[in-house]
Structure formats: C-alpha cells, structure tokens
Design a protein around this ligand. Sequence first.
Ligand code: NAI
Length: 450
Amino acid sequence: MCAIRASQLGLKVAVVEKRATHGGTCLNVGCIPSKALLHASELYDEAHHALGAMGIEVKPKLDLAKMLAFKDEGVKGNVDGVAFLLRKNKVDHFHGSGRIVAPGKVEVTFINGEKQEVDAKAIVIATGSDVARLPGVEIDEKTVVSSTGALSLAKVPKRLLVIGAGVIGLELGSVWRRLGSEVLVVEFLDRILPGLDGETARQTQKILAKQGLSFKLGQKVTGIGKAGPARKVSIEPAAGGKAETVETDVVLVAIGRVPYTEGLGLPEAGVTLDNRGRVIVDEHFQTSVAGIYAIGDVIAGPMLAHKAEDEGVAVAEILAGQAGHVNYDVIPNVIYTFPEVASVGKSEEELKEAGIAYRSGKFPFTANGRAKANKQTDGFVKILADAETDRVLGVHIIAAQASEMIAEAAVLMEFGGSAEDLARTCHAHPTLTEAVKEAAMAVDKRAIHF
Ligand code: NAI
C-alpha cells in the first residue's frame, strides 16, 4: 500500500522482500489463508448441521488435502495480484533481506549470498510481527504449531489444545472444531478476547461453547511434554494452585505476536525501540533517525493489516509533502468465527474508565426478520453513544456478516455521526443491517421490533 501510494504520488520506489512472494504474513500465512479455511470449514459444518433442516439432503465427506489446496489457490491469487500491482505501478523489487546500514542506505543480501547497496531518500520499515513464543516450548509446526502450522495440518487432529483465547485461537480453533477435532482453549486471563467489549466477549464465548469449543480460563500452560505420539500439556491456575496434565494430539500456540526487527540493523542505525521491542515513531511515523520511518505491526497499536495499510498510505503522502493521517479512534476489528464478531471505537469498559457518560442501545438478532428467516439468530448489535451529544463512540456486533456490517458504523463515526443520524437512515428490508438501525433507535429507547 505504501509503495503503490508513493508511486502514485510520483516518488521512485523499491520494495525489499525476503519471502518468495509479496503480501507479507497477512496474504501468505495469515488473514487470507485463514479466511479461506474458515469459509470452507463453515460450509462443511453447515452441510452437516444446517442444510438438512432446509430440505437439502447431503452427506458431506472431507477431503482435507483438497481443502488445503483451495486455501493455497486463494493465497496464490492474492500474492500474484500484489506482484501485478507493484509492476503496474513501476515499483522496483529486490528479492532478499534488507539491512539498514545508515540513513538513506539499505544493504540487500540476495538468496545466493550476493549483496547490493540501495540508496534512498526515505526508508520505511514495514517488517511486521512474528509469533510470540512460550518460554521452554519449541514450536515444531507438526504437533506444537503456530498459526502457520495450524493452516496446513496434514490430518484433522482428534484433539487440539489451543493456548490463548485471542483472535487466532478462536478462529483456527473454530476451523478444526468444524472439521472434527475436540478443541480445548486454555486462556491465562479469566475472559476470552481481551480488549474486546466485555459483554460482547462473554456472549461470544457462550455461542462458541454451544458449538462445542471447550474453555479453561484463568489457567496457564507451564510446559509441554511428550506421551508417545501425543502431547502432555501441564496447566495450572494463573493465580496459583493445583496443576494438572492434559493429553492432546496437537497444540496451537496463539498467545500473541511480537514486532519483527531481526537483522534489520536498527540498534547500529540508532533507531530506538520501546520496552516491548516496537519501533518508536513520532506522529509522522518517523523513527528516532531522520529519514527512517516505520508502520504496521512493528510499531505500537493494534496488529491489524488494515491499520498497517492506512499507515502505509499516510506515510507515503507525508513523504510526498501531503498531510497523511490515520484516525486511530475508528479502526474496525473483526473476529471471523461464526457468527463473526466486529467492533469499532470504544468498549463499555473503556468509556467507564475514561469517565465518559454514555447511553447504550442493543438489538438482538432473534428479533431481526432476515436472521430469523435464515435461522441465524445468534448475536446482537450494541451501540454506545455519548449521553450528552449522542455522538456514536463504539459499535459492537455479533452476527453472521458482522465483518461487512461494521463498515457503516465506521463511516458514521468517521463523520462524527450520532445514534439519531443512524436511526433516521433508511436501511433495506430484510437485511441484518436493520439491527444496526434498531440498536441506534434503542439508544433512545424506541426500538420498534423489540
Ligand atoms: P491475541 O493477543 O489476540 O490473543 C492472545 C491470547 O493469549 C490473549 O487472550 C492472552 O491473554 C493469551 N495468553 C497470553 N499468554 C498466555 C499463556 N501463557 N497461557 C495462556 N494464554 C495466554 O493474539 P493472537 O490470537 O495470537 O493473535 C496475534 C495478533 O494477530 C493479534 O494482534 C491479532 O489482532 C492479530 N490477528 C488478527 C486477526 C483478525 O483481525 N481477524 C486474525 C488473526 C490474528
């Protein structure tokens, strides 16, 4: 995004990438392959459990190798698309590892070991993040896997133990549960999805538990041993207490991600990191060294591809002399389970902590015509609006298509809109988005259908 926008603005741009294909974690081993598997496994699950009730009799049979190939094709289509866009925008490409040797100088080491120095007026670090490791636990990507290994398991494990009830744990836990695994999620905190609005997280947990995911909250994993081909996971209460051992076939470590700056030469270049290893930048994304910038997972903020994309565009515009800007108050967040969970803006907990008086309007999908017709009534829309000005401060949605629905809330918030603005906007019937309008009306205690 940064390279293409900079090229659009007339700058001469080169990208240094060590992976064989462009697109980074998101396209190669993150968002795109996981969504392909979530889509395919959801259809498989529906074929098992939902189609019969609609009068469609099928006996689904899983061909995992083919499903993984379907996922790989989705990745290929996307990474080829990026390569095409870079060519079209005349962005030069160096296939190798980059190291900053001085401001304005990047040394590229090619796969064959040869080196070349590239000069640039500005350098943008966009190296992303890597899997956070659990001390003493080796990820072999076979029986102890990160998200990367969990996207390519050769067979459906009978038992899958997930460490971490965050986004990756719940999304990939859902994939393998749908394909037949017994899934146990072990979480350090006493809640799932930390950071998400508390009520929304509790409701999500109930829905996922109903689907068959098991949870052990307030527990930490202290070690992973072997028991023949199986794995023995030692777990103990986070607050201290009696330890236990759980046997499983595959362990997914999903306890977060850490900024990736290895081999970049940042200390030598004088680029300062914070105490969590993130590159420190100012409001123009410039690091402690003039001419070196950083964006995305490698700096502070949510580790989300769309946040990084917007930062990429902003820094390109700043470099071209324009006023690039990212509004961090309006960054949507989506968890692609079924139903999906999407939110934008503040949670109730954040508003309380900030001492902001708010009114809340909630509308359940059990009262939405389209959801009832489709028999997909799990979830709700919750809108939090400033008690005095009615300006919308946060929107939280659990719904079959929450990922698409959250966009209207983001646009509304970007324009500083009120719950009343939303309530007075005509929404097509029958759609799930009518629940957004009804939740907006519920802020003023006048929902019609509930
Ligand atoms: P996360 O930060 O979402 O969740 C990690 C979870 O692990 C937390 O609930 C944390 O309390 C727990 N945890 C930490 N240490 C633990 C321990 N020792 N034992 C048990 N639990 C422990 O991180 P996750 O799921 O690994 O995802 C990494 C990043 O990738 C996140 O920043 C996420 O936003 C991003 N991502 C976003 C997606 C999306 O937007 N749909 C999809 C996948 C990842």
